[in-house]
Design a protein around this ligand. Structure first.
Ligand code: SAM
Length: 237
């Protein structure tokens, strides 16, 4: 999968070179290209923002550098990209909420472009223009406001990247995770069996795989009921 990221803070993404995503790039499973939006400015101060029309606090990201950046990425993907083009993801607290299901969906794409907003966000016309180059998704990490789209993009890239076959060594470890079946994951324990007065639940030491699976499922349902009742089917009616 190819991932392009456009940002005014490219160094935010240095950490993508470590751990599993770093190894995935080494193996050629992921091709992550980070671009400085200011490369597509043409004034001495490399300006990417301006005051909002209609007044109000804060600054808005100018459309011109974004247009040139997206054109350059589209041109470089060019011939290799028949069909609907890339998915262009713009992190935004005013977007649809990014979930595990979204991560699974996007992990099946061959090219993603992340556009990181700053200040009060990006001039709205950029999204309409981006829709002429591919499929645009405005995605929120949750109901809170960050300073910029970098951390949000990083979270999404990690959630998507680990679902690409070969990135996580044991694919079975991806199956029984929180949010994969609409439930939170069961509690996990390792050695020692007794630690600081707390014992591992005896069922996990029983060797009875059927009983362990049933216990784990009960734990998933109970945890979800306690911590995230909104995920249970009754709550979605
Ligand atoms: N004025 C915008 C609003 O109220 O919707 C918030 C702008 S925020 C300070 C700057 C940038 O941070 C946004 O353009 C977006 O890229 C990113 N951002 C902030 N919160 C986010 C969230 N919850 N999910 C994804 N991206 C977020």
């Amino acid at each position: 999968m190819r991932i392009d990221v456009v940002t005014i803070f490219p160094s935010f993404f240095d950490v993508l070179g470590v751990s599993l995503l770093g190894k995935a790039q080494g193996k050629g499973l992921l091709d992550i290209r980070v671009h400085d939006l200011r490369e597509w400015t043409h004034d001495r101060h490399r300006t990417v923002d301006d005051t909002p029309y209609g007044g109000g606090a804060g600054m808005v990201m100018k459309p011109e550098p974004w247009g040139e950046a997206l054109d350059a990425i589209a041109a470089s993907a060019g011939a290799s990209e028949a069909g609907p083009g890339p998915v262009l993801v713009f992190p935004s607290p005013a977007g649809e909420v990014f979930t595990q299901a979204t991560a699974r969906e996007l992990a099946g794409e061959s090219h993603l472009v992340f556009g990181c907003g700053r200040y009060e966000g990006i001039d709205e016309r950029v999204f309409a223009y981006a829709a002429t180059l591919g499929r645009v998704r405005l995605m929120s990490l949750g109901d809170y406001v960050l300073n910029g789209g970098e951390v949000a993009s990083m979270a999404m890239i990690e959630a998507i990247g680990r679902l690409i076959p070969g990135v996580v060594g044991n694919p079975e470890s991806l199956v029984e995770e929180s949010h994969e079946e609409g439930l939170l994951e069961y509690p996990s324990y390792t050695k020692p069996a007794s630690w600081r007065g707390q014992d591992v639940p005896p069922i996990l030491l029983s060797g009875n795989h059927g009983a362990i699976a049933a216990w784990r499922h009960d734990q998933q349902v109970e945890r979800t009921r306690m911590r995230r009742p909104d995920l249970l089917p009754d709550a979605r009616d």
